[in-house]
Each structure stands twice: as C-alpha cells, then as structure tokens.
Design a protein around this ligand. Sequence first.
Ligand code: 5GP
Length: 181
Amino acid sequence: MRSIEEDVLKVLITKEEIDERCAELAEQLHRDYQDENPIFLCILKGAMPFMAKMLDHLKFKMQIECIRVKSYDGMNSTGSVKIDDFNFDLIKDRHVILVEDIIDTGLTMKKTSDLFKEKGVKSLEILALLNKPVLNKVPLNPKYIGFEIPNEFVIGFGLDYDEQYRNLPYVGVLKPEVVKH
Ligand code: 5GP
C-alpha cells in the first residue's frame, strides 16, 4: 500500500512537539479564561486537528463553534476571504478565541477578526498553530501561537495541498515533484 508519507520531503514539527506545545497553550488559556466560559471558534477545515488536540488539554468551562473561511486556491493566496452563514447571535457579548491552522499574510485573520468585532463580541483573541512572521503583512498581534515557521508551504495536521495531506499526524513539507507548477 502506498502511503502519503512517501510524498513528504521533511517533517518540520513532530506529533510529539505539537502535543507538548498544545499542553503549554492550554495552560496559558486556562490562566486567561478559566472563569469566562469562552467560545472557541474553530476555522474549518484546517484547524480541526489542532482544535481536537487542544481539547485533550483544555479542562475549564468552554464552548465550541465552527466557521468556514476560505482564502486560498491551491498554493496561492487569493487575498479575499469568504465566511459562510453563521449565527452571529451566538457570539454577542462573549469572549471569543478564533482557532486557526496558520497565519501567513495575516489577511484572513484580520478580516475575520474585524468582522466578529463588528458583531459585538466581548473580547477576541487569536489562537493559531503556526505563524509565518516574515510574511505577516497586516497588524494582527495574535496572542496564542504554537510555532513560528519559515516561509515554506507546509502540509499535515489539518493543512492541505489541494485538499490532500490533512491527515498527516505532523507538519511537513512536500517533495517538489508532488507539487503542480
Ligand atoms: P493568510 O490570509 O494569513 O495569508 O493565509 C491564511 C490561510 O492560508 C490559512 O488559513 C491556510 O488555509 C492558508 N495557508 C497559508 N500558508 C499555508 C501553508 O503553508 N500551507 C497550507 N496548506 N495552507 C496555507
């Protein structure tokens, strides 16, 4: 049986490193939100495994909601975001934490967080597994970041290349011959 792991050039962040870092982030979130019953807003589909891993470690009262925000087409940022129908009454006067897989230019998170702020959240912070600081274009100040990574296109642990590789248990880089040019 051929495994998708054969398409991986290198592993950037292991499963164990992700688990360890999620435990640390959960401690930080516990200190900040233990009495606030916050809403974790999981951005589908990329942040699903990260959210699930965080749930292993989050022990305080909290809620989860999901939204779909689309910003990428293949390997290129389109520069625009699309948010599917969401009942904004759910987040009115609530502490909201946007859960994202990766921040690249920061445009997706900026547009999404601005939108939720307009809809009357009590507070809003960003929790992202990965950040590519060299590419950050917009002022964002995400409060909770798992790992800062260099400017490479990564896949795995929720991150896709044309909808594939989300099921890799680690974050890695694809072999060049796998990527369509
Ligand atoms: P931004 O708006 O910050 O430029 O892009 C954020 C979105 O682009 C992420 O939610 C993710 O879907 C996608 N993205 C950015 N960099 C990468 C990457 O290295 N790999 C994958 N698979 N998606 C990425």
